[in-house]
Design a binder for this molecule. Sequence first.
Ligand SMILES: *Cc1c(COP(=O)(O)O)cnc(C)c1O
Length: 388
Amino acid sequence: MRKVYLDHAATTPLNEEVLNEMLPYLKEHFGNPSSIHSFGREARRAVEESRERVAAALGASAEEIIFTSGATEANNLAIRGIARAQQKKGNHIITSAVEHHAVYDTCAALQKEGFDVTFLPVDEYGMVSVDAVAAAITDKTILVTIMLANNEVGTIMPIAEIGQLCREHDIIFHTDAVQAIGNIPVNVKDLNVDLLSLTAHKFYGPKGVGALYLRKGTRLNVYHYGGAQERKLRPGTENVPGIVGLGKAIELAVKDLEAKTNRIKVLRDRLQEGLLAIEHTKLNGHPQQRLPGNLNVSILFVEGESLILSLDLKGIAVSSGSACTSGSLDPSHVLMAMGLDHQTAHGSLRFTLGVNNTEEEIDYVLEVLPDIVTRLRSMSPVYKGSNK
Ligand SMILES: *Cc1c(COP(=O)(O)O)cnc(C)c1O
């Protein structure tokens, strides 16, 4: 059967060139970077070269990059590490209601531990306003953490402006940039951030490896203990093949960014136009300030889960809301924060396009989806009850 993958916000396929750079580090170059013999030195060289590549892609310097097991760990390390390091100054943290669980739940846990956390509301497009951040700042605020681009609806936040505001108030600013890398330009200086999280498998790298950018001079408390790796901030023997893969993947991700994403955007817009032509559909997320490959729509009078299963039978892979919340019946916290009612949120479907998608694939989706929607609606008592 034909397979069409439209779930790149969940994960991306591994790039062949990335795999080829990783292979020697899974085979002959298996040394531990902490060893001083030639095996260890080769592994160390590869790790440090990758650190240079990640730094170059972000406009940072190598010593500002800490390798982690992914963005979940980077977010936990950033938020907990800053909260603890700044505790003498204050106990107030500002975040948003639409963060990924790795940020949202970390902040919620700190709240339980006694920190004062503000979860800023968003507008109908999932956007956090700079004014709302400004209004929430107090003399006890120690950390602001707001994502660069949302993983469900693709909305791109005004991070550079929020960063500027934080600088003016001498408050540390972290952003989860996972969905942005390889989709929009990400430069730590332009964005005015002190910390930034990323994970390789969202930009055609391997799973289980990521990084935290930590601006020079920013103090972070450790919360894992072990060896002296990653300046003791993230102890544990390095995932050498993964780190090599991350370095190559980010180098490729930022190359020809505009040409790549312009192509994806054309396909996305084609899909959007076709989908919104189906009656009782609605676009979720910001109409313009949105990731080029993201299309989140609500198809009323059908369950997102049923749509996913029906599309899967046709070989088409999409998701509803966040992949992490699929499997639970609660609607996505992001869509709820945007003010969608339960029914509209439950009918949401997320298509996220990547570099390998083709016009033919989009046309295939547009060919099979309307019939699926018609069939599912014909079984819906709510739809029959509406005057349609
Ligand atoms: C995927 C994702 C993460 C988590 O990345 P892991 O590789 O699972 O650690 C964090 N934040 C956002 C916005 C994501 O999309």
